[in-house]
Design a protein around this ligand. Sequence first.
Ligand code: ZN
Length: 219
Amino acid sequence: MRIVLVGPPGAGKGTQAAFLAKNLSIPHISTGDLFRANISQGTDLGKQARAYMDAGQLVPDEVTIAMAKDRMSQQDAVNGFLLDGFPRNVGQAAALDTMLLSEGVKLDAVLDLEVPEDEVVKRIAGRRICRNDSAHVFHVTYNPPKSEGVCDACGGELYQRDDDTEETVRTRLEVYHTQTEPIIDFYRAQGLVVTISALGKVTEVTERAMEALKKSDEG
Ligand SMILES: [Zn+2]
């Protein structure tokens, strides 16, 4: 299956992407990983992206599109993939369509993870990260550490990232709506959008997503 995953910040997109890709035996292709891989391997595209980033500018669409194209042409992605973070605007979505059309294939579904705005704010603003290891993540309500402000895993100090305050989250949500809603409309016109609720346990959401994708595949 060829799937695009969309959802607001705080929807658990990265986590779901990893589980779904595993369940469907397709690679999880995230823009973040693409950038990191191209930059660390010093590819031409990586060097271009780096120059823009160093200058504090957004990486232009054609660079991102070229990276995605390169990754999707690799052997493990021939029979399917799950895209996460790409396309991030309608221009990129149109470029992806053209790319796939030239290979004689098309997207099967666009999975839209839905979370109420207040829930997003609660999820992100409650997040606490360990100063020793950013993989040690807690939540004041949903996953509190045994001792307040202290990492269960290593005893490190927990802190709230600047990005995670309520004000920043509201701004990020606005950006998400402005950028992503047009993409969802673009794909809705093609009958590809499958919306599921991203509320509940991680495993429940994965199951819900698998069900919905199966249905859309049959339909
Ligand atoms: Zn820790």
